[in-house]
Ligand binder design. Structure first.
Ligand code: TXA
Ligand code: MG
Length: 339
């Protein structure tokens, strides 16, 4: 068998497109995270993505398309979708739109709405172009990790996570953005922000010319919106910069080794330490890589410095909160006792 991951040269991309057309899976880079791709119009291929990820069947996937023209094959395309696509596509923005009756329901977990995104990564785009030449309309791709685990931002992460079951992985280097796309629901009367990402609410509102509602109980299901998601195996907890040293002392007194991701100079006593970039986009870029590295450090606990309460940090704050919520209940209860 050929080496995996494969450098994403023209030959590998052509082969990957052929595999997609044949109903096989291919993992590929996008500007946000690596995706686990399948022909979105092939029921068996889409079912295989769910099986491999271990993802519940009612959690819909995002369909990756080249542009608005391909998106309109899948969904009704209102003027405000066009406005957002004009401004942010190709790029890290997923639009939830009403599915066309002619588009297969299995592509979106049977929902009336479908998630669509035109990625900007040159390898993803080249793959979509090559797949379109085989008659493909779009590539369904969730993040290429097992359900509930940290999203892969490098080709090697995909192999680490999926092991022997990994399909062909196109290696396009580390992902630029580093956190999953911003998701905006345009399937209802008012536009709703379902998942914060690299594109901020303010940027979206400026392009839309209308305010964006926060997610509410009526929002369609999105696994990225479950509380316990994006969790490393090691329990993770958040602490303010001025709490870190005290918290490490408490954990050390209990005999626990501590891994730390922090911006401030605090936590010199940590057993493993990575510094968090001061810029929010840089921090997003580094986030999953840092969590994976700290997860492997052999420490009993990952401590992460809380990020500023500022919209520019929204995406990172959201992923960290969920990662902490995904930590073991016992650790959570212990934290509560010590608070
Ligand atoms: O950046 C990204 O979006 C990455 C790359 C690979 O493009 N993909 C990604 O996919 O994060 P995934 O499956 O891990 O997350 C997709 C999110 C899920 O939370 C899913 O439930 C939501 O999009 N979603 C998809 N279709 C939806 C729909 N019709 N209604 C509501 N949520 C939807
Ligand atoms: Mg995911």
């Amino acid at each position: 068998m050929s080496a995996n991951p494969r450098p994403a040269d023209a030959q590998a991309i052509a082969q990957a497109a052929q595999r997609l057309a044949a109903g096989e899976l291919v993992a590929f880079p996008t500007e946000t995270v690596y995706g686990l791709g399948a022909d979105a119009a092939n029921a068996r291929a889409v079912a295989e993505v769910y099986r491999l990820k271990g993802r519940p069947a009612d959690h819909p996937l995002i369909v990756h398309v080249l542009d608005a023209a391909q998106a309109a094959w899948w969904a009704h395309w209102p003027a405000r979708a066009q406005r957002l696509a004009d401004t942010f596509w190709p790029g890290p923005l997923t639009l939830i739109l009403l599915r066309r009756e002619t588009a297969p329901a299995f592509a979106c977990g049977g929902q009336a709405s479908i998630g669509l995104r035109a990625p900007s990564h040159p390898v993803a785009r080249a793959l979509l172009v090559a797949f379109a030449a085989h008659g493909g309309h779009g590539v369904a791709a969730p993040s290429a990790n097992r359900f509930g685990r940290v999203s892969p931002t490098r080709a090697a992460h995909v192999i680490d996570d999926l092991g022997d079951e990994a399909p062909m992985v196109l290696d396009g280097g580390p992902c630029d953005v580093g956190v999953e796309s911003t998701i905006v629901d345009l399937s209802r009367e008012r536009a709703v922000l379902l998942r914060p990402g690299g594109i901020t609410a303010a940027q979206l509102e400026a392009a839309l010319g209308e305010p964006l509602l926060a997610r509410d109980a009526q929002a369609p299901r999105a696994s990225g919106t479950l509380e316990a998601h994006y969790a490393p195996a090691t329990p993770i907890e958040l602490a303010d910069g001025d709490e870190i040293d005290r918290r490490i002392a408490v954990l050390h007194a209990r005999g626990e080794r501590v891994a730390l991701w922090a911006r401030s100079g605090a936590g010199a006593q940590a057993d493993a330490r990575l510094s968090m970039p001061a810029d929010p986009a840089d921090a997003a870029h580094a986030l999953y890589d840092a969590l994976r590295a700290l997860d492997r450090s052999g420490c009993a606990r990952i401590l992460v410095e809380r990020v500023p309460d500022d919209t520019a940090w929204h995406a990172v704050a959201d992923r960290l909160r969920r990662a902490a919520a995904g930590s073991s209940g016992a650790a959570g209860a212990q934290r509560a006792n010590e608070a």
